[in-house]
Design a protein around this ligand. Structure first.
Ligand code: F6P
Length: 353
């Protein structure tokens, strides 16, 4: 059967370079004689048949745009069997032979549900959080980190003038990737993330010693996953324990927007093209990942269970359908991730000031 049309959707929290991904999927498919339709507003757009044909002209200028021209949503209705059946009907009626779903783990669960019911789906990891364990990088993460670094540099300027400390609380849901990487790049004196126990006393001691040695400004990065109370408490405690005047900033959704970096655009482009490759080769239920700088396709079930393993949330029969070799592979990836955090944290502790 000739592949007629690919549907593309973005779902969950948006991320920079989602548009670059849509562009790549559209141009890759059209170049191979396959039509493309944008599904507006994620899975709810599919259920409500909110579709927009995409041409090369529609996407030629969007590689540098933040947000998503086909909009995003978190759709509760899609989790019901009725919603799912409606989505399938819409696919059949509109001759959508396969879907590229861009988003995070919730998006992939939806893609798997559709794949199982006969609509081939390929997931692409689009989230600033970088919290998809199967891929080293998600689309939008690089831009988000660079936005935090830009904001942090600006805070450093004013902290230096006023001899202050500034705490920056950054998004990432329960993952500390944005916090740890941007903290290192900002020369933060401390970074608080869920992945590694945080030693407040050590932070206070380091700050006091640095101030005694003449240091005027300090940056402390806190990951969203630590909870709002943690930052508020730290804001009170730093001046109490160190005598250093302290301010607090939460950039929140600011880091979700903006012009995507080169790295994100190119990752989006490579991954988007690979997703089309896979669909046209008759593949389904895969997520496209970046592993050790190679773009590879991974089984979505493997990716979702790997995530649970990494987050210590495995359920009783989760591993039953995997071979010992696959389980070993999952364990090795989890180990790699944990080592990554530890290595970077140790360097930050040694050289951050
Ligand atoms: O997953 C992306 C993300 O921005 C997280 O970092 C954050 O916890 C969450 O989405 C915020 O969600 P919302 O856009 O619904 O406020």
């Amino acid at each position: 059967m000739k592949f007629r049309k690919i549907g593309v959707l973005t779902s969950g929290g948006d991320s920079p370079a989602m548009n670059a991904t849509i562009k790549a999927v559209t141009c890759s498919a059209l170049s191979r004689g396959v039509e493309v339709v944008g599904i507006l507003g994620g899975y709810s757009g599919l259920i409500h048949e909110n579709l927009r044909p995409l041409t090369k002209k529609d996407v030629s200028g969007i590689i540098s745009l933040g947000g998503t021209i086909i909009y995003s949503d978190r759709c509760v209705e899609f989790k019901t069997e009725e919603g799912m059946q409606r989505a399938i009907e819409v696919c059949r009626k509109n001759q959508i032979d396969g879907i590229v779903a861009i988003g995070g783990d919730g998006t992939f669960r939806g893609a798997t549900d559709l794949s199982i019911r006969g609509i081939p789906c390929i997931g692409l990891p689009g989230t600033i959080d970088n919290d998809i364990t199967a891929t080293d990088y998600t689309i939008g993460y690089d831009t988000a980190m660079n936005t935090v670094v830009k904001l942090g540099d600006q805070l450093r300027d004013t902290c230096e003038s006023h001899a202050r400390c500034n705490i920056i609380e950054v998004m990432g849901r329960n993952a500390g990737y944005i916090a740890i990487e941007s903290g290192l790049a900002l020369n933060a004196i401390g970074v608080a993330i869920e992945e590694i126990p945080f030693d407040k006393e050590l932070l206070f001691e380091k700050m006091k010693a640095s101030r005694a040695a003449g240091q005027r400004s300090f940056i402390v990065v806190v990951a969203e996953g630590m909870g709002a109370e943690f930052s508020e408490q730290l804001l009170k405690e730093i001046p109490e324990k160190t005598g250093i005047e302290t301010r607090f900033v939460r950039p929140a959704h600011i880091v979700r927007g903006g012009i995507p970096t080169l790295r994100d655009r190119n990752l989006a482009t490579m991954m988007g093209d690979k997703a089309v490759d896979m669909l046209l080769a008759g593949k389904s239920d895969l997520v496209i990942c970046s592993r050790h700088d190679k773009v590879v396709a991974t089984d979505i079930k493997f990716a979702l269970i790997l995530d649970r393993m990494y987050k210590n949330k495995l359920k009783e029969h989760d591993l039953d359908s995997f071979t010992p070799h696959q389980i070993k592979e999952m364990e090795a990836i989890c180990e790699e991730r944990r080592a990554y955090f530890k290595d970077i944290y140790d360097v930050m502790l040694t050289v951050g000031c």
